[in-house]
Ligand binder design. Sequence first.
Ligand code: ZN
Length: 510
Amino acid sequence: MPSPKVLLSLLSVATAAVLALPASAQREGSAQPAVSGPITAKYQADASKILAAAAADNDGYTALTYLCDHIGNRNSGTPQLNTAVQWGAELMRKAGLENVTVQPAMVPHWVRGHESAEILSPDLHGMPRKLHMLGLGMSVGTPAQGITAPVIFVHTFDELDALPPDSIKGKIVVYNPGWHGYGVGSLYRTTGASRAAAKGAVAMLVRSATGLVEQTPHTGTLRYDEKQPKIPAAAISPEDALLIERLAKDGTVSVHLQMDAHQEADVQSGNVVGEIRGSEKPNEVVVLGGHIDSWDVGQGAQDDGSGIMAAYAAVKLIHDLGLKPKRTLRLAFWVNEENGGAGGRAYRDSVAKNIKDQVAAMEMDDGAEAPLGIGYTVIARTPGRRAPSMQQMMRQGPPPFNMDALTPEQKQAFNTVQQIAALLQPIGADKVFPAGGGSDIGPIVALGVPSLAPITVAEHYFDWHHTEADTLDKVNLADFRKDIGLLAVTTFVLADMDGQLVGAKIPDMD
Ligand SMILES: [Zn+2]
C-alpha cells in the first residue's frame, strides 16, 4: 500500500468488510489528532452523558448474545436471517423507535451443502490427507463424485499469468499469496477462480485471507467473471496451503475436491430501519448501522452482529436519555452484505430521489475491538479526474492523504470531525482517519453522502470473521461499550449540529 498508510474501510464490492492494512501501526500513520473547538464545547455535556450511559450499557451486549446464541449465523436466503430480521424489527419497536419497517429486498440463497477436500497423492500410508477447507460463498459445486486432479501451485497472479495454459488445463490451481492485508487476500479469493478458469483450471483453492495461522479456513464471497467457465472454489487454511506448496516442490500433488454448493431461488428479505425523528429538520437523515446477514459458519458475532447491536445500543441510549437531535437519526440493519449487497442498493433506491437529505452515513463493520477514533472519507481530488473507484483502491490502495490538498470545504468538514473526536478523548478514541465507511453505505456514498466508520485497533478481526470461530466470546464487553459510545456521540452531533459534512462520491465499481 502507498504511504501514508491509510486504512480505507469503505469497501463496496460485497466482499466482507474492509480494505485493511496488515498492522494496526500502519493505521496510526494516517491518523490526525482531535481538535477542540466550538462544536466540542457545545456538545461536551451531552457527550459526557452519552459516554457514561455507554460505559454502563447492557442492552447492546444482551441483544448481541441473543442474536448469536439463539438465532445464530444468518446467511442470505436462510430462515435464520428472516428470523433475525423480524426479531430486529421487534427490538427497535420495543426500544421506542419510530417508523420501524422492514424495507424489502430480494436476496440470493447460496447453499453450501456437504464439502470436503483431501490430498490423495503423494500417498500418506494409504490414507488421504484431509484439508481444512471452506467452500467460497457463491461458488458452484463439483459433480457429485467430486473432482480429482493434480494441483498447480502459484503464489501470485503474476506467476499464474507466466505459465503456459497447457500446464494449467485440467488442474486445480492453488494460490498462496501470503498475508499482505485483507485487500490483497480478498482479491485472490474474489477473482482467483475466474483467472484460473481462463487458463483451463477445473477448480481453485486459495489460502484463507487471514494472518492467523491456526488451521482455520475462512470463507467469503467470490465473483465469477461471466466470460469464463464457473469452477468450484474453496479456501484452505494457511498451513494446508503451505503444505501443498512444499509437496508440490517435490513432485505431483493430487487433490480430491467435493462440494455440493449450489444456488436456490432468491428469497424475500429486507433491511430493518427505525428512527428517532428529528425535532427541527426531520427530513434530513443521519443513518447508522451495519449488516444483519452473516456467513453460514460461526455466529456472525464480530461480523457483523457487533456492528448492528452497537448501533442499536447507541440509538437506544440517545432515545433513553431524552436527547432529541434536530435531524432524524436512523438505525439500519442492512441485509445481504456478504454475498450480493442487495440491502445497500435497496436502501439507496429508497432515498436516491432526495439524496441531499441524507446528510451522513456511518457503518460499523470492522468488528468491536477497542476504538481508536472516527474514520471520515475525504479524498483530495485531482482537478478534472474522478475519485478512484473502490476496486482501484482495493488493488492499489487509496491515494495518499494530504491535508494541504483538500479543498477549503473538505478542510472545514475534516475539522468538524476532529472537533467531534475531541469529545471521545475519555474513551481513547480521539483520532480522525481520512477514510471510513462500509459496503452497505457504498451505494449512497457513491451518490455523494458523507461516509464514516468507527476505526478500531482491529488486531484480531481478520483472525475471526468468516470462520467457525466468529462467536460471542470474541466480543469484549468493555471495548464494545466504547464502540457504542463512539457511535452515539458521533451520530448525535452529526444529527444535531448546525453545518454538514461533505461527501467524496467514491464510485462503487470501476
Ligand atoms: Zn461484515
